[in-house]
Write a protein that binds this ligand. Structure first.
Ligand SMILES: Cc1cc2nc3c(=O)[nH]c(=O)nc-3n(C[C@H](O)[C@H](O)[C@H](O)COP(=O)(O)O)c2cc1C
Length: 313
């Protein structure tokens, strides 16, 4: 079984990915949060840094892109190929209006002809494999079928489906039953994504899919329990081992951020990670609340010490 870490803007940046691989492992493929390309707009420098190969040594990374301009798409794919990447992922799932209003991300699920045109133009001109990440649809979970009818005719590496519609954003329950019905329609390898939080979740999905799906993508479940990929692969840690690894991980992430960011940004950035990481602690809400209250570096450090010292082993 293969486990991929989902791209999550603001969380799974290069520093997180590197430290995740170093301290937790078990992830077969990491995806970068999307790099948006648009005519007359420079690529964001921080996003380019995020995918530079020298910053991602030792990580099996797939850069993800978002946009529709075919010339820029081809240019980027060539650049990634030059960097040594073997796969590029195209985002057809982003639900945010600032993206969909421009016809990008999940908006493309309502315009399969446009997807067809883009693939017809781009694929013959690139030598890197293209994979796609999409949702069940923009408005409803039937739209996926029109998209699959289109991409079945192209040599796509694989298709990851986040089993919600764009309208549902991130909070509604994922829909594995809808995914099950799609399996027989797709000519491509499918990767399931949505609401995997425990080993039992994977066991249930395997039953539902009759073991036909071997690749899973996990987002927030891995942010909450960074050991999850290892646990799925039957590598189990006891609580005190886990706490020690998490302590080393979060301290090193803090050090890396402190070399790059000013104090207020640093605290904001590290607090973001605790939103999910606090799940590891017995009282998740209290833990996250304590971290949120720490507004200076000194207070943050004392709070982290207290949290680890007071946690039952
Ligand atoms: C804050 C946030 C940012 C995200 N950024 C991206 C992104 O850049 N590209 C992408 O394809 N999906 C993005 N996603 C969606 C995730 O990759 C994933 O599909 C979604 O969270 C469902 O998986 P999960 O239930 O395992 O978290 C984002 C999700 C969240 C919550």
């Amino acid at each position: 079984m293969k486990i991929n870490l989902a791209p999550i803007q603001g969380y799974t940046n290069v520093d997180y990915r590197k430290l995740h691989a170093k301290y937790f492992g078990g992830v077969d493929k990491y995806y970068s949060p999307y790099l948006r390309f648009e005519p007359n707009k420079e690529l964001k420098k921080s996003v380019v840094k995020d995918i530079l190969p020298e910053n991602n040594e030792g990580i099996n990374l797939v850069p993800q892109v978002l946009g529709t301009d075919v010339n820029l798409f081809i240019e980027l794919a060539k650049q990634f190929e030059y960097y040594g990447y073997t796969e590029i992922n195209w985002n057809l799932g982003c639900p945010y209006p600032m993206v969909t209003k421009r016809g990008f991300g999940s908006a493309l699920m309502q315009t399969p002809d446009k997807v067809k045109q883009i693939l017809e133009t781009v694929l013959p001109k690139i030598n890197i494999q293209l994979s796609i990440k999409c949702r069940l649809g923009f408005e409803n979970d039937k739209e996926i079928y029109s998209l699959i009818n289109v991409i079945n005719n192209f040599p796509i590496k694989e298709l990851t489906i986040h089993t919600r519609t764009a309208k549902q954003m991130y909070k509604a329950k994922a829909n594995p039953d809808a995914f099950k019905s799609i399996i027989q329609h797709s000519k491509h390898k499918l990767i399931y994504n949505g609401d995997i939080k425990t080993v039992e979740d994977i066991v249930k999905l395997n039953q539902l899919f009759d073991n036909k799906i071997t690749n899973f993508m996990i987002g927030r479940g891995l942010l909450m329990n960074p050991f999850l990929a290892q646990e799925i692969k039957a590598n189990i840690y006891n609580k005190s081992e886990k706490l020690e690894i998490i302590r080393n991980f979060i301290d090193e992430l803090f050090e890396i951020y402190s070399e790059k960011l000013q104090a207020s940004h640093l605290i904001q950035r590290i607090t973001t990670h605790w939103e999910y990481l606090s799940f590891v602690f017995e009282n998740q809400h209290k833990t996250y609340k304590k971290i949120k209250k720490a507004k200076t570096i000194a207070k943050y450090k004392t709070t982290v010490n207290e949290i680890f010292l007071s946690e039952p082993k």
